[in-house]
Design a protein around this ligand. Sequence first.
Ligand code: BEZ
Ligand code: FE
Length: 302
Amino acid sequence: MTEFNIAAQPISPQQREAEDALEATVLASFGNADNERLGFLMQSLTRHLHAFIREVRLTEDEWQAAIEFLTAAGNITDDKRQEFILLSDVLGASAQCISVNNQAYKGATEATVFGPFFVENAPHIELGGDIAGVASGLPCWVEGTVTDTDGAPLPGARIEVWEADDQGQYDVQYPDGRISGRAHLFSDAQGEFRFWGLTPTAYPIPHDGPVGLLLEAVGRSPVRAAHLHFMVSAEGMRTLVTHIFVRGDELLDKDSVFGVKQSLIKEFVEHAPGTATPDGRDLGDRAWTQTRFDIVLAPQGT
Ligand code: BEZ
Ligand code: FE
């Protein structure tokens, strides 16, 4: 890559002094905030932002382009489309923030990005029920347990699941108001759960806006590795937001939002049409898959 570093463009001592002085003045301007945490955050942001501008010797045209990019992100954002979250996702900022705030605790299941497609009040299904509704795709039997880090079952854990159909679309991306490919269920007295979902399909994050243009400009794909979302909550436990991924998916190391973690990659066993299903359901001439996800929750406050 071409060397754009300042080391190649020496600046005079007077210029360095002027840049240092400006940065120090801005830092001081945030020094008296009533909210100390806010003052601390703004000072740190100032240090990093000024270091960036100075390191890359940012041109005024480049700064203007950045402002136009953020303006476009604001203009496309509404109550259904949140371009700034997408931006945070493709910068890896969402994944890093999750990492900082969900540190490893004993064997607790790892968290990953939330994404924009969770919907409150998704339908309730009984254990063994089907989340698909009108969503198309290869049926997938999902089963597992919810336990604490000592292995004790967590009965009554609330498990929210949501996923795209085999066209790579979530229900909320269709204009007809359908609710499909999502539901919630509760673990049983043994902490066990089971449901029918769809075998996950890879899909692109919304890329018809400024974030899509950015990805294109840098030669990156908007596609996410195939996954199934979970949000799991239980009394006294840290709420877990995560997904599971499909072992063997060739996109695992190219996920556009950096959400893949090795521990979340699961085997999805494929079954030919006519193979007996775990709950005796007759799928006719359809093939199906099967996976297992044992969920371990960390205690609240860890
Ligand atoms: C998702 O997995 O649903 C998602 C995550 C980040 C950006 C867009 C979609
Ligand atoms: Fe998703």
